[in-house]
Design a binder for this molecule. Structure first.
Ligand SMILES: Cc1ncc(COP(=O)(O)O)c(C=O)c1O
Length: 411
Protein backbone atom coordinates (compact mmCIF):
# COMPACT_ATOMS: atom_id res chain seq x y z
CA UNK A 1 0.00 0.00 0.00
CA UNK A 2 1.34 3.42 -0.95
CA UNK A 3 1.35 5.96 1.86
CA UNK A 4 -1.22 8.76 1.47
CA UNK A 5 -0.12 12.38 1.11
CA UNK A 6 -1.18 15.07 3.59
CA UNK A 7 -2.31 18.52 2.44
CA UNK A 8 -2.04 20.63 5.62
CA UNK A 9 -0.31 23.61 3.98
CA UNK A 10 -2.82 23.68 1.12
CA UNK A 11 -5.74 23.62 3.57
CA UNK A 12 -4.15 26.36 5.70
CA UNK A 13 -3.46 28.58 2.67
CA UNK A 14 -7.02 28.09 1.46
CA UNK A 15 -8.37 29.18 4.85
CA UNK A 16 -6.32 32.39 4.57
CA UNK A 17 -7.38 32.85 0.93
CA UNK A 18 -11.14 32.82 1.56
CA UNK A 19 -10.70 35.78 3.91
CA UNK A 20 -9.33 37.99 1.15
CA UNK A 21 -10.14 36.33 -2.20
CA UNK A 22 -13.83 35.65 -2.93
CA UNK A 23 -14.24 31.88 -3.03
CA UNK A 24 -10.54 31.37 -2.25
CA UNK A 25 -9.69 29.87 -5.65
CA UNK A 26 -11.79 30.39 -8.77
CA UNK A 27 -12.72 28.50 -11.93
CA UNK A 28 -12.13 24.79 -12.36
CA UNK A 29 -9.24 25.08 -9.90
CA UNK A 30 -11.80 25.60 -7.12
CA UNK A 31 -11.97 22.91 -4.40
CA UNK A 32 -15.70 22.37 -5.12
CA UNK A 33 -14.68 20.00 -7.94
CA UNK A 34 -12.70 17.62 -5.73
CA UNK A 35 -13.12 15.75 -2.46
CA UNK A 36 -12.22 18.44 0.11
CA UNK A 37 -9.08 17.85 2.12
CA UNK A 38 -7.90 15.03 -0.15
CA UNK A 39 -6.40 17.24 -2.78
CA UNK A 40 -3.63 19.83 -3.12
CA UNK A 41 -4.75 23.39 -3.83
CA UNK A 42 -1.43 25.24 -4.08
CA UNK A 43 1.74 24.37 -5.99
CA UNK A 44 5.35 25.44 -5.72
CA UNK A 45 7.36 23.82 -8.47
CA UNK A 46 7.18 21.89 -11.74
CA UNK A 47 9.84 20.13 -13.83
CA UNK A 48 9.19 17.82 -16.77
CA UNK A 49 5.97 15.94 -15.97
CA UNK A 50 6.55 16.31 -12.21
CA UNK A 51 4.79 18.77 -9.96
CA UNK A 52 5.34 19.66 -6.28
CA UNK A 53 2.56 21.09 -4.09
CA UNK A 54 2.74 23.51 -1.16
CA UNK A 55 3.24 20.56 1.23
CA UNK A 56 6.23 19.29 -0.77
CA UNK A 57 4.32 16.27 -2.18
CA UNK A 58 5.55 15.16 -5.61
CA UNK A 59 3.23 14.14 -8.47
CA UNK A 60 3.32 12.76 -11.96
CA UNK A 61 1.03 15.39 -13.42
CA UNK A 62 -1.67 14.85 -16.05
CA UNK A 63 -3.09 18.36 -16.17
CA UNK A 64 0.08 20.01 -17.55
CA UNK A 65 -0.94 23.52 -16.44
CA UNK A 66 -4.35 22.97 -18.08
CA UNK A 67 -2.67 21.73 -21.23
CA UNK A 68 -0.19 24.55 -21.62
CA UNK A 69 2.97 22.60 -20.72
CA UNK A 70 3.18 20.54 -23.88
CA UNK A 71 6.94 19.98 -23.66
CA UNK A 72 6.87 19.70 -19.87
CA UNK A 73 7.41 22.16 -17.02
CA UNK A 74 10.66 24.12 -17.06
CA UNK A 75 11.82 22.99 -20.52
CA UNK A 76 15.34 24.44 -20.46
CA UNK A 77 15.64 25.57 -24.08
CA UNK A 78 12.36 27.50 -23.88
CA UNK A 79 12.97 28.91 -20.41
CA UNK A 80 16.54 30.04 -21.19
CA UNK A 81 15.35 31.88 -24.32
CA UNK A 82 12.47 33.41 -22.32
CA UNK A 83 14.84 34.52 -19.52
CA UNK A 84 17.14 36.19 -22.05
CA UNK A 85 14.19 37.95 -23.69
CA UNK A 86 13.04 39.08 -20.25
CA UNK A 87 16.46 40.62 -19.49
CA UNK A 88 16.32 42.51 -22.82
CA UNK A 89 13.01 44.09 -21.74
CA UNK A 90 9.69 42.32 -21.85
CA UNK A 91 7.11 45.08 -22.23
CA UNK A 92 8.26 47.92 -24.48
CA UNK A 93 6.19 50.56 -26.27
CA UNK A 94 5.33 48.40 -29.22
CA UNK A 95 5.77 44.89 -30.52
CA UNK A 96 9.17 43.28 -30.91
CA UNK A 97 10.42 41.68 -34.15
CA UNK A 98 9.48 38.22 -32.84
CA UNK A 99 5.79 39.10 -33.25
CA UNK A 100 6.26 39.36 -37.02
CA UNK A 101 8.36 36.20 -37.05
CA UNK A 102 5.72 34.28 -35.10
CA UNK A 103 2.90 35.40 -37.43
CA UNK A 104 5.05 34.33 -40.41
CA UNK A 105 5.84 30.96 -38.82
CA UNK A 106 2.22 30.22 -37.92
CA UNK A 107 0.77 31.21 -41.28
CA UNK A 108 3.27 28.81 -42.92
CA UNK A 109 2.64 26.02 -40.42
CA UNK A 110 -1.13 26.11 -39.83
CA UNK A 111 -3.21 24.75 -42.69
CA UNK A 112 -5.25 27.27 -44.64
CA UNK A 113 -4.67 30.26 -42.33
CA UNK A 114 -3.37 33.51 -43.83
CA UNK A 115 -3.07 35.93 -40.91
CA UNK A 116 -2.66 35.98 -37.14
CA UNK A 117 -3.48 38.36 -34.29
CA UNK A 118 -2.23 37.72 -30.79
CA UNK A 119 -3.67 38.11 -27.30
CA UNK A 120 -3.10 36.52 -23.88
CA UNK A 121 -5.83 34.04 -22.98
CA UNK A 122 -8.00 31.74 -25.03
CA UNK A 123 -11.12 33.67 -24.08
CA UNK A 124 -9.64 36.83 -25.64
CA UNK A 125 -9.47 35.09 -29.00
CA UNK A 126 -12.78 33.17 -28.94
CA UNK A 127 -14.51 36.45 -28.01
CA UNK A 128 -12.65 38.29 -30.78
CA UNK A 129 -13.57 35.57 -33.28
CA UNK A 130 -17.25 35.84 -32.40
CA UNK A 131 -17.21 39.65 -32.65
CA UNK A 132 -15.40 39.50 -35.98
CA UNK A 133 -17.91 37.02 -37.34
CA UNK A 134 -20.75 39.33 -36.28
CA UNK A 135 -19.14 42.36 -37.90
CA UNK A 136 -18.12 40.49 -41.06
CA UNK A 137 -21.55 38.95 -41.69
CA UNK A 138 -23.66 41.76 -40.25
CA UNK A 139 -25.56 39.08 -38.27
CA UNK A 140 -25.80 38.53 -34.55
CA UNK A 141 -26.48 34.90 -33.69
CA UNK A 142 -23.81 32.37 -32.80
CA UNK A 143 -24.29 28.60 -32.60
CA UNK A 144 -22.27 26.47 -30.19
CA UNK A 145 -22.49 22.87 -28.97
CA UNK A 146 -24.36 22.30 -25.71
CA UNK A 147 -21.88 21.76 -22.88
CA UNK A 148 -18.90 23.13 -24.81
CA UNK A 149 -16.47 25.50 -23.10
CA UNK A 150 -15.13 28.47 -25.04
CA UNK A 151 -14.00 30.64 -22.13
CA UNK A 152 -15.24 32.77 -19.27
CA UNK A 153 -16.82 35.68 -21.16
CA UNK A 154 -20.38 36.87 -21.08
CA UNK A 155 -21.32 35.51 -24.52
CA UNK A 156 -20.40 31.90 -23.63
CA UNK A 157 -20.23 31.58 -19.86
CA UNK A 158 -23.10 29.90 -18.05
CA UNK A 159 -23.41 32.06 -14.98
CA UNK A 160 -23.55 35.66 -16.15
CA UNK A 161 -26.38 37.87 -17.39
CA UNK A 162 -28.44 35.56 -19.63
CA UNK A 163 -30.69 38.51 -20.46
CA UNK A 164 -27.92 40.44 -22.24
CA UNK A 165 -27.87 40.46 -26.02
CA UNK A 166 -24.66 38.59 -26.49
CA UNK A 167 -26.07 35.67 -24.45
CA UNK A 168 -29.55 35.80 -25.94
CA UNK A 169 -28.00 35.54 -29.38
CA UNK A 170 -26.10 32.34 -28.61
CA UNK A 171 -27.96 29.19 -29.67
CA UNK A 172 -27.03 25.63 -28.74
CA UNK A 173 -27.35 22.24 -30.38
CA UNK A 174 -26.26 18.73 -29.44
CA UNK A 175 -22.80 18.03 -30.83
CA UNK A 176 -22.95 15.80 -33.95
CA UNK A 177 -26.74 16.27 -34.29
CA UNK A 178 -27.01 17.60 -37.85
CA UNK A 179 -30.78 17.54 -37.86
CA UNK A 180 -30.93 19.90 -34.89
CA UNK A 181 -28.24 22.09 -36.43
CA UNK A 182 -30.07 22.32 -39.76
CA UNK A 183 -33.29 23.28 -38.02
CA UNK A 184 -31.49 26.04 -36.08
CA UNK A 185 -30.19 27.44 -39.37
CA UNK A 186 -33.67 27.13 -40.89
CA UNK A 187 -35.43 28.74 -37.92
CA UNK A 188 -32.98 31.65 -37.82
CA UNK A 189 -32.39 32.03 -41.55
CA UNK A 190 -30.34 35.13 -42.30
CA UNK A 191 -29.45 35.67 -38.63
CA UNK A 192 -26.54 33.26 -37.98
CA UNK A 193 -23.10 34.89 -37.91
CA UNK A 194 -21.08 31.79 -37.04
CA UNK A 195 -20.88 28.35 -35.57
CA UNK A 196 -18.07 27.76 -33.09
CA UNK A 197 -16.89 24.21 -32.36
CA UNK A 198 -13.95 22.52 -30.69
CA UNK A 199 -12.15 19.92 -32.89
CA UNK A 200 -13.95 17.26 -30.91
CA UNK A 201 -16.40 17.62 -28.05
CA UNK A 202 -15.31 17.85 -24.38
CA UNK A 203 -18.56 18.12 -22.40
CA UNK A 204 -18.17 19.09 -18.77
CA UNK A 205 -19.91 15.98 -17.38
CA UNK A 206 -19.41 13.07 -19.72
CA UNK A 207 -17.27 11.14 -22.16
CA UNK A 208 -15.49 13.09 -24.90
CA UNK A 209 -17.14 12.74 -28.31
CA UNK A 210 -15.40 12.50 -31.68
CA UNK A 211 -17.01 14.10 -34.77
CA UNK A 212 -19.31 11.71 -36.61
CA UNK A 213 -18.42 10.69 -40.15
CA UNK A 214 -19.21 13.58 -42.49
CA UNK A 215 -20.18 15.97 -39.65
CA UNK A 216 -17.64 18.69 -40.43
CA UNK A 217 -18.23 18.48 -44.16
CA UNK A 218 -21.93 19.22 -43.55
CA UNK A 219 -21.09 22.02 -41.10
CA UNK A 220 -18.80 23.61 -43.68
CA UNK A 221 -21.41 23.32 -46.44
CA UNK A 222 -24.16 24.68 -44.21
CA UNK A 223 -22.16 27.71 -43.11
CA UNK A 224 -21.16 28.44 -46.70
CA UNK A 225 -24.72 28.14 -47.96
CA UNK A 226 -26.11 30.30 -45.14
CA UNK A 227 -23.44 33.02 -45.31
CA UNK A 228 -22.13 32.21 -41.82
CA UNK A 229 -18.57 31.60 -40.64
CA UNK A 230 -17.11 28.41 -39.22
CA UNK A 231 -14.89 29.05 -36.17
CA UNK A 232 -12.78 26.22 -34.83
CA UNK A 233 -11.78 26.70 -31.21
CA UNK A 234 -8.52 24.75 -31.05
CA UNK A 235 -7.42 26.14 -27.68
CA UNK A 236 -7.57 22.86 -25.81
CA UNK A 237 -6.41 20.43 -28.51
CA UNK A 238 -3.84 22.58 -30.25
CA UNK A 239 -0.63 20.78 -31.21
CA UNK A 240 -1.75 17.53 -29.56
CA UNK A 241 -3.46 16.19 -32.70
CA UNK A 242 -1.46 17.80 -35.49
CA UNK A 243 1.23 20.48 -35.74
CA UNK A 244 -0.72 21.95 -38.67
CA UNK A 245 -3.79 22.62 -36.46
CA UNK A 246 -6.46 20.18 -35.28
CA UNK A 247 -8.72 21.14 -38.22
CA UNK A 248 -6.07 19.64 -40.47
CA UNK A 249 -6.21 16.37 -38.47
CA UNK A 250 -9.95 16.17 -39.18
CA UNK A 251 -9.64 17.48 -42.76
CA UNK A 252 -11.80 20.55 -42.04
CA UNK A 253 -11.53 24.06 -43.48
CA UNK A 254 -12.69 26.61 -40.91
CA UNK A 255 -12.73 30.36 -41.58
CA UNK A 256 -11.25 31.32 -38.21
CA UNK A 257 -9.31 29.30 -35.64
CA UNK A 258 -8.29 30.11 -32.08
CA UNK A 259 -5.27 28.64 -30.32
CA UNK A 260 -3.71 29.24 -26.91
CA UNK A 261 -2.62 27.10 -23.99
CA UNK A 262 0.30 25.04 -25.38
CA UNK A 263 1.52 27.45 -28.03
CA UNK A 264 4.42 28.80 -25.92
CA UNK A 265 4.85 25.99 -23.37
CA UNK A 266 3.20 27.90 -20.55
CA UNK A 267 3.99 31.52 -21.47
CA UNK A 268 0.82 33.63 -21.79
CA UNK A 269 -0.08 34.04 -25.44
CA UNK A 270 -3.04 33.11 -27.63
CA UNK A 271 -3.72 33.60 -31.30
CA UNK A 272 -6.66 34.11 -33.62
CA UNK A 273 -5.97 33.08 -37.21
CA UNK A 274 -8.12 33.46 -40.27
CA UNK A 275 -8.47 33.16 -44.01
CA UNK A 276 -7.56 35.90 -46.44
CA UNK A 277 -11.13 37.08 -47.09
CA UNK A 278 -11.49 38.01 -43.38
CA UNK A 279 -8.25 39.97 -43.21
CA UNK A 280 -9.77 43.39 -43.80
CA UNK A 281 -12.47 42.80 -41.17
CA UNK A 282 -9.75 41.75 -38.72
CA UNK A 283 -7.72 44.85 -39.69
CA UNK A 284 -10.69 47.10 -38.92
CA UNK A 285 -10.86 45.94 -35.30
CA UNK A 286 -9.37 47.81 -32.36
CA UNK A 287 -7.47 44.88 -30.86
CA UNK A 288 -5.30 45.53 -27.87
CA UNK A 289 -4.38 44.98 -24.24
CA UNK A 290 -1.56 46.55 -22.24
CA UNK A 291 0.27 43.23 -21.95
CA UNK A 292 -0.71 41.67 -25.27
CA UNK A 293 2.56 42.58 -27.00
CA UNK A 294 5.00 41.72 -24.25
CA UNK A 295 7.95 40.09 -25.97
CA UNK A 296 8.79 37.03 -23.84
CA UNK A 297 5.83 34.85 -24.92
CA UNK A 298 6.62 35.46 -28.61
CA UNK A 299 10.20 34.27 -28.11
CA UNK A 300 9.00 31.29 -26.08
CA UNK A 301 6.44 30.40 -28.73
CA UNK A 302 8.97 30.48 -31.59
CA UNK A 303 11.28 28.10 -29.72
CA UNK A 304 8.40 25.85 -28.62
CA UNK A 305 7.13 25.50 -32.20
CA UNK A 306 10.64 24.65 -33.40
CA UNK A 307 11.16 22.00 -30.71
CA UNK A 308 7.75 20.42 -31.36
CA UNK A 309 8.85 19.75 -34.95
CA UNK A 310 12.34 18.54 -34.00
CA UNK A 311 11.24 15.99 -31.40
CA UNK A 312 8.44 14.47 -33.49
CA UNK A 313 5.99 15.45 -30.79
CA UNK A 314 2.78 13.95 -32.19
CA UNK A 315 4.26 10.47 -32.51
CA UNK A 316 5.46 10.61 -28.88
CA UNK A 317 2.11 11.88 -27.55
CA UNK A 318 0.17 9.21 -29.44
CA UNK A 319 2.40 6.37 -28.23
CA UNK A 320 2.56 7.45 -24.58
CA UNK A 321 -1.10 8.50 -24.44
CA UNK A 322 -2.12 5.21 -26.07
CA UNK A 323 -0.19 3.29 -23.42
CA UNK A 324 -1.98 5.22 -20.68
CA UNK A 325 -5.43 4.79 -22.22
CA UNK A 326 -5.07 1.04 -22.72
CA UNK A 327 -3.60 0.52 -19.26
CA UNK A 328 -6.31 2.53 -17.48
CA UNK A 329 -9.03 0.78 -19.46
CA UNK A 330 -7.85 -2.68 -18.43
CA UNK A 331 -7.09 -1.67 -14.80
CA UNK A 332 -10.68 -0.34 -14.49
CA UNK A 333 -12.14 -3.53 -15.98
CA UNK A 334 -9.97 -5.74 -13.72
CA UNK A 335 -11.41 -3.91 -10.67
CA UNK A 336 -14.95 -4.51 -11.95
CA UNK A 337 -15.71 -0.97 -13.16
CA UNK A 338 -17.68 -0.16 -16.27
CA UNK A 339 -15.63 2.80 -17.39
CA UNK A 340 -14.72 4.48 -20.66
CA UNK A 341 -11.58 6.36 -21.55
CA UNK A 342 -12.38 8.68 -24.42
CA UNK A 343 -10.77 11.33 -26.59
CA UNK A 344 -7.47 11.54 -28.43
CA UNK A 345 -4.49 9.67 -26.98
CA UNK A 346 -2.86 12.93 -25.86
CA UNK A 347 -6.08 14.35 -24.33
CA UNK A 348 -7.85 11.41 -22.66
CA UNK A 349 -10.66 11.47 -20.09
CA UNK A 350 -11.99 8.71 -17.85
CA UNK A 351 -15.70 8.41 -17.08
CA UNK A 352 -17.59 5.74 -15.17
CA UNK A 353 -20.99 4.34 -16.06
CA UNK A 354 -23.85 5.74 -13.90
CA UNK A 355 -21.78 8.65 -12.63
CA UNK A 356 -23.70 11.73 -13.82
CA UNK A 357 -22.17 14.15 -11.30
CA UNK A 358 -18.69 12.56 -11.62
CA UNK A 359 -18.63 11.53 -7.96
CA UNK A 360 -16.99 8.16 -8.68
CA UNK A 361 -14.46 10.07 -10.74
CA UNK A 362 -13.79 12.35 -7.76
CA UNK A 363 -13.14 9.37 -5.49
CA UNK A 364 -10.84 7.67 -8.01
CA UNK A 365 -8.90 10.88 -8.78
CA UNK A 366 -8.42 11.67 -5.11
CA UNK A 367 -7.11 8.11 -4.46
CA UNK A 368 -4.66 8.63 -7.34
CA UNK A 369 -3.68 12.12 -6.29
CA UNK A 370 -3.12 11.12 -2.64
CA UNK A 371 -0.63 8.58 -4.05
CA UNK A 372 1.29 10.93 -6.31
CA UNK A 373 -0.60 10.87 -9.62
CA UNK A 374 -2.30 14.21 -10.22
CA UNK A 375 -5.62 13.89 -12.09
CA UNK A 376 -8.55 16.28 -12.21
CA UNK A 377 -11.97 14.57 -11.92
CA UNK A 378 -13.80 17.25 -13.91
CA UNK A 379 -11.31 17.92 -16.66
CA UNK A 380 -9.72 15.84 -19.40
CA UNK A 381 -6.09 14.89 -18.87
CA UNK A 382 -3.13 16.02 -20.99
CA UNK A 383 0.02 14.19 -22.07
CA UNK A 384 3.25 16.13 -22.63
CA UNK A 385 6.56 15.37 -24.27
CA UNK A 386 8.00 14.97 -20.75
CA UNK A 387 5.87 11.88 -19.97
CA UNK A 388 8.00 8.80 -20.54
CA UNK A 389 7.29 5.07 -20.44
CA UNK A 390 8.36 4.75 -16.80
CA UNK A 391 5.90 7.51 -15.77
CA UNK A 392 3.05 5.62 -17.41
CA UNK A 393 4.14 2.35 -15.78
CA UNK A 394 4.18 4.02 -12.34
CA UNK A 395 0.78 5.62 -13.08
CA UNK A 396 -0.78 2.29 -14.03
CA UNK A 397 0.63 0.57 -10.94
CA UNK A 398 -1.00 3.28 -8.80
CA UNK A 399 -4.22 3.08 -10.83
CA UNK A 400 -4.59 -0.63 -10.08
CA UNK A 401 -4.42 0.17 -6.36
CA UNK A 402 -6.68 3.25 -6.66
CA UNK A 403 -9.41 1.37 -8.57
CA UNK A 404 -9.51 -1.26 -5.78
CA UNK A 405 -9.67 1.44 -3.09
CA UNK A 406 -12.42 3.26 -5.01
CA UNK A 407 -14.44 0.06 -5.29
CA UNK A 408 -14.04 -0.51 -1.53
CA UNK A 409 -15.03 3.09 -0.68
CA UNK A 410 -18.16 2.96 -2.85
CA UNK A 411 -19.12 -0.32 -1.19
C1 LIG B 1 -11.83 24.81 -25.86
C2 LIG B 1 -11.47 25.99 -25.01
N1 LIG B 1 -11.75 27.23 -25.45
C3 LIG B 1 -11.45 28.32 -24.74
C4 LIG B 1 -10.83 28.22 -23.52
C5 LIG B 1 -10.51 29.45 -22.74
O1 LIG B 1 -9.14 29.64 -22.68
P1 LIG B 1 -8.51 30.52 -21.50
O2 LIG B 1 -8.74 29.76 -20.23
O3 LIG B 1 -7.05 30.61 -21.85
O4 LIG B 1 -9.19 31.83 -21.52
C6 LIG B 1 -10.51 26.96 -23.01
C7 LIG B 1 -9.88 26.81 -21.71
O5 LIG B 1 -9.86 25.77 -21.10
C8 LIG B 1 -10.84 25.81 -23.79
O6 LIG B 1 -10.58 24.58 -23.35
Amino acid sequence: MTEEYKFDNSVELFKRAVEVIPGGIYGSKAPGFVIPGSYPYYFKKGKGCRLWDADGNEYIDYLCGYGSQILGYGYDEVDNAAAEAMRAGDLLNGPQPEMVELAETLTKQIDGMDWAVFAKNGTDTTSLAVSMARVHTGKKKIIMARGAYHGAANWCSTNVFPELDDRKDVLSFTYNNLEELCSLFAKHRGEIAAIILTPYHHPAFGPQIMPAEGFYERVKNLTKAEGALFIMDDIRCNFRLSLAGSHSYFGVEPDLITMGKSIANGQPISVLMGTDNLKSTAGSFFITGTFWMSGVPFTASLITLKIMQEVNLIEHLNRIGGMLKNGIRSAAADAGFKAEITGAAAIPFLTFENDPDLYINQVFCSEMTKRGIYLHPHHNWFISYAHKDEDIEKTLETAREAFKLTAAKLG
